[in-house]
Design a protein around this ligand. Structure first.
Ligand SMILES: [Zn+2]
Length: 255
């Protein structure tokens, strides 16, 4: 009853902020030396569990980064100039707070967007993006495409607004044992989606053909398991997952 009233009175965006605030208050309980979050620079004795099937040591108790966010942050910092270069235009779908803080900086045109106004500053439908062709230097689209019914349209729209020579970094929930993406339009309710796709609001579970699905004409796709580039100490302390959620698909728009 109280929960229902709380949901009715407090808008979703404010509820999200309240949850993050309360969680941040409790972060000193987790301080220690075993784990290190490269997103916020704090060390912990453990990360928090996360997921429908709880993944241990997944979520940072301070900045809420997940395994995939920490790995992408490290990749962007070490392998790209997205955190340094000025006069660039960045489009960030379903913005993760830990990356938002670093990307939304002076000298950069930073646009975040989500179909749900509670999740971003701008309402952007990835299947109908309100920007001109070849506008953005960088696009970050992590764990979005699996949720979009018309994925093909979303991919073509994303690449339409990407500059020639620009990069889109795409991540998704991946069944690394499946050659093909599994999707069945008859699977519509949350429980069935959870059972078949691994999350209650997914429309499909991507397989190893995900690179191929992204490889439209003029787009080069590179599948990157960035954990392979990291030393054992960094790997152990960072808790970067098993690759199901953390593979980076680097898409480059070519001439
Ligand atoms: Zn953190």
């Amino acid at each position: 009853m109280i929960k229902k009233l709380y949901k009715k009175i407090i808008p979703e965006k404010n509820r999200n902020n309240i949850h993050v605030f309360i969680q941040k208050l409790s972060y000193p309980l987790y301080l220690g030396n075993k784990y290190y979050c490269n997103c916020c620079g704090k060390s912990f004795r453990k990360f928090l569990p996360k997921g429908n099937i709880k993944r241990p040591n997944a979520k940072c108790p301070y900045c809420s980064s997940l395994e995939r966010v920490r790995l992408l942050d490290l990749y962007l910092k070490n392998e790209t100039d997205i955190y340094k270069k000025e006069n660039i235009k960045i489009l960030h779908f379903a913005p993760e707070e830990s990356l938002f803080i670093k990307l939304n900086r002076p000298g950069v045109t930073y646009i975040d967007g989500d179909i749900n106004p509670a999740n971003a500053q701008n309402i952007i439908d990835i299947t109908n993006i309100q920007f001109e062709d070849e506008y953005f230097d960088y696009i970050i689209c992590s764990h979005v495409l699996g949720h979009v019914p018309n994925e093909e349209k979303a991919i073509s729209e994303m690449f339409r607004v990407l500059k020639i020579g620009g990069n889109a970094f795409v991540m998704t929930l991946l069944n690394q044992n499946a050659d093909k993406t599994f999707e069945d339009p008859a699977i519509t309710n949350a429980n069935d989606r959870l059972n078949h796709y691994g999350e209650p609001d997914l429309c499909r579970l991507h397989g190893n053909d995900f690179s191929k699905r992204l490889s439209k004409s003029g787009i080069k796709v590179e599948r990157i398991n960035y954990t392979e580039k990291l030393d054992i100490e960094t790997l152990k302390k960072g808790s970067f997952g098993n690759g199901d959620r953390e593979i980076i698909f680097k898409c480059t728009k070519q001439k």
